[in-house]
Design a protein around this ligand. Structure first.
Ligand SMILES: *Cc1c(COP(=O)(O)O)cnc(C)c1O
Length: 351
């Protein structure tokens, strides 16, 4: 062993879902949107002036931030954008979680949280979700160095209402509470409406799921100006030009087309109801899904077997070999056709 190896920062990295790319496959494993981005994005790409690429992008992301600010009826200094919400969350961890006390998050949740905590050497404590996979809000009332949880939670798909979120924020006036709303557009009201009342609340969202732009890498946080300024100070201490020219331009275009956005979200919600109904008929058990995925288990079939059998047929869903959830499949809602193929396969398999 070389001496330098001793000094290497050692981390167990996050494992992203597989990204195979075969035209014939049905990809329901990373919660992407099955529909293309807004039509305006297509035409902007067609007319994109490549001379723009010669220049650095606007480090303050003003146009994109202003567009998001207008959309959510907040001021521009209340918006922070980053390279997907993973980047935004990572900056939030680095900026706000600097206590000797552990940060709290659920035991069943987005598996990136413990990874960021480890890489930034932030102590953390997980709080078990209950037997129905619901977050127990009282577990978060005080004693932490900060709080982060997704709403709807992933991979459980459980959405908690605003008064639930508010109770957690209200009971933690001395630490920052980060609500990761990657799937909020498929669920209910966003905690953004609580921001005027709470200076310790940061809401994080993404273009990757409801806005069909996972490949573009755009995420954002909304919070009171002091929180956003603190995040910008950290960002400008690492890399000022995080957002590339194309993301900045195409992101604005995607937000502008609200009609298309709503239409896609409604289609996915309708397909989700149909799929949930069919899965129930087949005997699957799951909570009312709040996100663009269903987290289901079957009393008579092992999830790992179902996962392998589906994969054999080029139907990819997500399986986590983790405590408490190793008999569940996380199934992204795709198009009607894709979900029909999935259900047909399961019907035959279970005959
Ligand atoms: C998908 C996801 C993210 C990250 O999304 P980006 O593509 O980085 O914007 C963050 N949190 C949760 C809970 C997610 O499921």
């Amino acid at each position: 062993m070389k001496l330098w190896q001793d000094k290497v920062r050692k981390v167990v990295p996050y494992t992203p879902g597989e990204q195979p790319n075969r035209p014939s496959m049905i990809k329901l494993n990373t919660n992407e949107n099955p529909y293309p981005p807004a039509p305006g994005v297509r035409s902007l790409l067609d007319h994109f002036d490549e001379d723009r690429l010669r220049l650095y992008p606007d480090p303050a992301c003003r146009n994109l931030n202003q567009t998001l600010a207008d959309y959510y009826h907040v001021s521009e200094d209340m918006v922070f954008t980053g390279v997907g919400s993973d980047d935004v969350l990572s900056v939030a961890f680095l900026t706000f979680f600097n206590s000797d006390k552990p940060i709290f998050f659920p035991d069943i949740t987005y598996s990136f949280y413990p990874v960021w905590a480890d890489v930034y050497r932030i102590p953390y404590e997980t709080k078990p979700v209950d037997e129905n996979f619901r977050i127990v809000k009282e577990d978060y009332f005080g004693g932490s160095g900060g709080i982060v949880f997704p709403n709807p939670n992933a991979p459980t798909s459980y959405y908690e209402n605003l008064s639930f979120v508010e109770d957690i924020v209200k009971n933690n006036p001395d630490v920052v509470v980060v609500v990761d709303e990657a799937y909020i557009d498929f669920a209910g009201p966003s905690a953004i409406e609580l921001i005027p009342e709470y200076d310790n609340l940061l809401v994080v969202q993404t273009f990757s799921k409801s806005r069909s732009m996972a490949g573009m890498r755009i995420g954002y946080a909304i919070g009171q100006p002091a929180l956003i300024k603190a995040m910008n100070d950290v960002k400008y201490s690492i890399n000022s030009y995080t957002m590339n020219q194309t993301s900045l331009v195409l992101g604005v275009e995607a937000v502008k087309d609200e009609a298309y956005f709503k239409q896609c979200v409604e289609k996915i919600k309708a397909t989700r109801s149909w799929t949930a109904n069919e899965l129930r008929k087949l005997g699957f058990k799951f909570n009312e899904p709040g996100a663009n995925f269903i987290f289901a288990s079957h009393p008579d079939y092992k999830a790992s077997d179902l996962f392998a059998a589906l994969r054999e047929k080029d139907i990819y869903v997500r399986y986590f070999s983790l405590p408490r959830i190793d008999n569940y499949l996380r199934i992204t809602i795709g198009t009607d056709e894709q979900m029909q193929t999935l259900i047909e396969f399961l019907k035959n398999y279970m005959k």
